[in-house]
Design a protein around this ligand. Structure first.
Ligand code: THU
Length: 138
């Protein structure tokens, strides 16, 4: 499998901006750690936010909400994901989200931006080497 083309800088900025805007709509009354994410799939941007719950383990991460929105729209291949969290430093996707993202784009670009604008980038394969994925079931 070959890596998706790197999205051009304007599109990447738009993806990060969508994650940042979504973050304003996060539902995080328990952790108070609002996260916005956006995935790029089929040339479209699908945002998501963390949605917490009074039954704490039922909360979902922003990345997973964004993946669900893209898949609901019919997408099956994700080229990039942007994440904006609430700490001073960038928020990389949690381990569970790395696994969920891997299903739809093992070589996708992962961009994390802090509220203040510091940016970090990885490929998903850097964040989740030797991953278990669809092919592992063959
Ligand atoms: N969270 C995300 O939405 N994405 C991550 O990758 C890290 C953690 C959320 C889960 C929870 O609602 C809050 O941040 C604190 O962990």
């Amino acid at each position: 499998m070959s890596a998706p083309d790197r999205p051009d800088p304007e599109l990447l900025d738009r993806l990060v901006a969508a994650a940042r805007a979504a973050r304003e709509r996060a539902y995080a009354p328990y952790s108070r750690f609002a996260v916005g994410a956006a995935v790029l799939a089929g040339g479209r941007v699908y945002p998501g936010v963390n949605v917490e719950n009074a039954s704490y383990p039922q909360g979902i991460c922003a990345e997973r909400a964004a993946v669900a929105a893209a898949v609901t729209a019919g997408e099956r291949s994700i080229d990039a994901v942007a994440v904006v969290g609430s700490s001073e430093d960038v928020t990389p996707p949690c381990g569970g989200c790395r696994q969920v993202l891997h299903e739809f784009g093992p070589l996708m670009l992962v961009v994390a931006e802090s509220p203040g604008g510091a940016r970090a980038e990885w490929t998903l394969s850097e964040l989740l080497p030797a991953a278990f994925g669809p092919r592992s079931l063959a």
